[in-house]
Design a protein around this ligand. Structure first.
Ligand code: UD1
Length: 439
């Protein structure tokens, strides 16, 4: 039976050792990039999260064969029989990242036929950068009902200037450019670790890609793309969630395979709070301070503070000493977790995309709703320290983004459980203690 509630009890300090799976945001685009190849590729360290299942379904719908071993986290994809270039609206609507098939479909078939992904709760999330820049490469777009038809008799190289270093637009253009004769440059490209992992994969396939300062990707097109074997880069966002779980519970955790070199600004902020971060042969360790200081931060493209860790980091600010100012600059509506944290007793004021958090002594468990993947993480973290019991619904966001994070946390001392509707008794679950009403 599908779980619908995450039940979290106030937990003791978390202690122990954990390890990371591959980054969901890297896996999704790498699966899409396999459209360029003909043959059997093997991806390792693949998280069994719902977004990954959805992207596998997208490739199957194009006639690729896929076998995913969830125990060994190994995904085998055979693209030999892949012969379609049309993705149904029902698959496209499950996940915005499915727009990433457009670049490789254009490269392989000269056309792509996809439904337009809608906006989502964290913002409008248009695809204008994708469309505008494919047009510069000679692609023609026609919208028919729900479908966007993209086609080109001859895709040509171009100097692509992104007005914002969009992760998805960089990846999409990159995957079309690797098969476009001549040299394409992407100026102001996104260089997130997940984009760099895609570049590693594309090079393994045979692509010619160079990266120049300050943020230019230069691609010289080739014609043959071999299948690949690749271990996906570890998930820095899962790492962030685990370190914050140790921080908020005043515990200590070591992540055996974390990449501290791709988490610099986030780790610096944890240290500024007073937590001790060490990197050793055993891994990346956070030893929490009992009295953390509030810190302010502003999200931005890599190597700035990741927008995907904004909500989880905010949960940690709710109980820190002092005032924290959090500015979300990447997405225009990514503070919806604030309302739920306020229900738990957090003191937060929001003005447009800026939140001011004044640390409190206690949070209180209650029924909360996750509105997006990273909001679900923030609420789970707050639930670990809140008095009593927190019950979180909107659980599909948690399972879209994380593979068994609740089990990992439980193994190091967290009291949390996924529950189905019939196991969950709302009469006894939510903690009903009074807490100060927010003004
Ligand atoms: C990816 C990540 C997501 C992360 C985000 C920023 C995946 C599957 N998702 O999303 O987890 O939060 O990067 O690091 O990798 N924009 C436009 N027009 C466009 C494209 C983007 O206006 O055509 C805007 C977006 O609305 C947003 C900003 O640019 O405000 C950044 O978006 P982008 O970097 O493209 O994010 P995604 O690739 O969608």
């Amino acid at each position: 039976m599908k779980s619908s509630v995450l039940r979290i009890e106030q937990s003791p300090p978390l202690h122990g050792t954990v390890s990371l799976l591959g980054a969901k945001n890297a896996v999704l685009v790498i699966i899409a990039s396999l459209i360029l190849t003909r043959g059997k590729s093997i991806l390792k360290n693949v998280p069994a999260s719902d977004d990954v299942f959805n992207m596998i379904e997208v490739l199957r719908s194009l006639n690729a064969q896929a076998h995913f071993d969830k125990e060994t986290h190994t995904l085998v994809v055979d693209t030999s029989a892949l012969d379609k270039w049309s993705v149904s609206p029902s698959l496209m609507k499950k996940m915005r990242a499915s727009i990433l098939v457009m670049g490789p479909l254009l490269a392989r078939f000269g056309r792509a036929h996809v439904a337009v992904p809608g906006g989502c709760v964290i913002g409008e999330r248009p695809i204008d950068y994708h469309v505008k820049n494919f047009k510069k490469m000679g692609v023609i777009f026609e919208q028919q009902a729900e479908y966007l038809h993209a086609y080109a008799s001859h895709i040509h190289p171009a100097r692509i200037v992104l007005e914002y270093p969009s992760v998805g637009a960089t990846e999409n253009v990159l995957m079309a450019a690797v098969a476009t004769p001549g040299t394409t440059e992407i100026i102001n490209a996104a260089l997130e670790p997940e984009v760099l992992d895609l570049i590693v994969v594309l090079r393994k396939m045979g692509a010619h890609i160079e990266i120049h300062a300050p943020a230019i990707i230069s691609i010289t097109g080739v014609t043959d793309f071999h299948p690949v074997e690749h271990e996906v880069v570890v998930d820095r966002l899962e790492a962030g969630a685990l370190l914050l779980a140790a921080a908020v519970t005043n515990g200590s955790l070591t992540i055996t395979n974390a990449r501290s070199d791709i988490m610099d600004v986030f780790l610096a902020k944890l240290e500024e709070m007073g937590h001790v971060i060490t990197v050793s042969a055993a891994g990346l360790t956070l030893q929490a301070t009992a009295d953390p200081y509030a810190v302010s931060f502003k999200t931005g493209p890599y190597p700035g503070f990741p927008t995907d860790l904004q909500a989880p980091m905010m949960a940690a600010q709710c109980l820190a000493q002092g005032v924290s100012i959090v500015e979300e600059t990447v997405f225009e509506n990514r503070l919806l977790h604030v309302r739920e944290l306020q229900k738990m007793g957090a003191q937060i004021k929001v003005e447009y995309t800026k939140a001011t958090i004044t640390g409190v002594d206690d949070l209180y468990g209650t029924a909360v709703i996750a509105t997006d993947i990273r909001a679900s993480c923030a609420l789970a973290l707050a639930g670990l320290v809140a008095h009593g019991v927190t019950t979180m619904t909107g659980l599909h966001h948690w399972t879209r983004g994380y593979d068994g994070l609740e089990k990992k946390l439980k193994a190091v001392g967290a009291r949390m459980e996924l529950m189905s509707d019939d196991m969950f008794n709302p009469l006894i679950a939510p903690y009903t203690a009074e807490y100060p009403i927010q003004k």
